[in-house]
Design a protein around this ligand. Structure first.
Ligand code: M6P
Ligand code: ZN
Length: 167
């Protein structure tokens, strides 16, 4: 199958969010390593360019650029979230190498591979976190329901069962 990989050397006209190590203190497994990274300059972990629409039934989409690196043994990752509303999400990996970690409220887990051209699906009811296990940027497009909402609370408190420390 031929896969079309868009050239992402353009800036998406969207809202940009920036996450540094210090913005995610409660999400890292190794808090001492996280504090050391903050003290050493607080590196950028990821950026999200989100185009969020309004209106029932609409879709929103976001480009995430997740930089390579580790905090302790743990690869750089997104915070990860559940949707407030029971809705799925589609990911298209554009560049780099990584994993998409899924976990539902019952603790069922799946880890999917991300590589350029690969599409992965997050079923409704699964929290999702992307992890950069490579040496270059991991870049991906996500498409989700505009009403989905981001619920970070339980991930912030309990984390994911899967800790990604190996490629
Ligand atoms: C993807 C989508 C976005 C999300 C982003 C970063 O682009 O799932 O909705 O905001 O990744 O993930 P998080 O919000 O968990 O930090
Ligand atoms: Zn989502």
């Amino acid at each position: 199958m031929e896969v079309f990989i868009p050239d992402f050397n353009f800036v998406i006209d969207g809202r940009k969010s920036v996450r540094k190590v210090s913005d995610m203190m409660s999400f890292w497994n190794d808090k001492d390593a996280a504090q050391k990274a903050v003290d050493a300059g607080d590196p950028l972990v990821y950026e999200v360019y989100a185009c969020e629409t309004t209106g029932e039934g609409e879709l929103s989409y976001a480009l995430t650029i997740l930089y390579p690196g580790k905090v302790g043994q743990e690869f750089y990752m997104t915070k990860g979230h559940f949707h407030q509303k029971l809705t799925g999400e589609v990911y298209l990996c554009l560049r780099g190498k990584g994993k998409l970690v899924l976990e539902n409220r019952e603790g069922n887990t799946r880890v999917l591979e991300m590589s350029p051209g690969k599409v992965t699906y997050v079923p409704a009811g699964f929290a999702h976190r992307s992890v950069n296990t490579g040496k270059e940027n991991l870049e991906f497009m996500a498409v989700y329901n505009t009403d989905a909402g981001h619920d970070y609370g339980s991930i912030e408190r309990d984390g994911f069962k899967e800790l990604i420390t190996k490629e």
